[in-house]
Design a binder for this molecule. Structure first.
Ligand SMILES: [Zn+2]
Length: 252
């Protein structure tokens, strides 16, 4: 790990400065389980959670995504952040439907088709992830779940929308007889605002260089061409060109 990354993590795990972005919610003394892929969004959420909760546990799902590097990146980031990390094989999700994220023979949609989600949509993914996470959390007495879904940049995926998450939260509490709270810190942020949050949390460098958002499994700025890279890059450009970006000196 480079010095920069060490500083990133030390800064990110320091006590909260009490800024507005981080102040709402249950506060310290509680524990959270984060659904953690090792991508830009969930890594930003991991450090958000470290400011908010006294203990954070990360759970990474292996669901047949084409690139196992994602899982290795998730493990490394979690361990370096001092977060307890677990993985769970849910490969059945890939077998349930044909999609471009788990089947390399399908050419990825570059744009969302008018009438349907793009073929990178993995049906049921967040439904399964959050349901399993809720059971996992319940068994460990954890009452908070954090996920990096965003309605603003939801790429046409219906299970990233706020209504779905709220509805599932109610259903899970009814079905499990729990009072779990699903936190979605990125729900109303676009990608540029997510970069700003990473900066605010002191992990801009780490998120930019270490996370894997690329559908082809390439870390950092990725392949530059897949839909996930294009979305991430557009947000990064917008953020770096914005007046509030202290990271302006970074080259795109
Ligand atoms: Zn890519």
């Amino acid at each position: 790990m480079s010095q920069n990354h060490t500083q990133d993590i030390q800064a990110a795990t320091a006590p909260s400065r009490g800024d507005a972005t981080l102040s709402h919610g249950r506060g310290a003394g509680s524990e959270a389980l984060i659904v953690f892929s090792g991508g830009q969004d969930s890594t930003t959420c991991l450090f958000w959670a470290l400011r908010r909760f006294s203990r954070v546990v990360a759970l990474t799902f292996i669901y047949g995504q084409q690139h196992v590097q994602e899982v290795a990146a998730a493990r490394t980031i979690a361990e370096e952040a001092g977060v307890e990390w677990h993985s769970m094989d849910v490969g059945f999700i890939a077998a349930l439907s044909r999609n471009a994220l788990t089947d390399s023979s399908i050419v990825m949609d570059q744009e969302k088709p008018e009438a349907t989600p793009p073929n990178t949509f993995v049906p049921g993914r967040n439904l399964f992830f959050l349901s399993i996470a809720a059971v996992f959390a319940r068994e460990r007495g954890i009452s908070n779940i954090v996920t990096g879904v965003s309605q603003t940049d939801f790429s046409g995926y219906p299970d990233c929308r706020d209504t779905f998450i709220r509805s599932l939260n109610v259903t899970l509490n009814l079905g499990l007889d729990t009072q779990v709270v699903i936190h979605t810190p990125l729900m109303w942020l676009d990608k540029a605002q997510t970069w700003a949050l990473a900066e605010e949390l002191g992990v801009f460098d780490l998120v930019r260089s270490r996370t894997i958002t690329c559908y082809r499994g390439i870390p950092g700025d990725g392949c530059g061409h897949c839909p996930a890279c294009l979305l991430r890059r557009r947000g990064l450009q917008e953020y770096l060109h914005s007046s509030q970006s202290p990271a302006k000196s970074y080259r795109l």
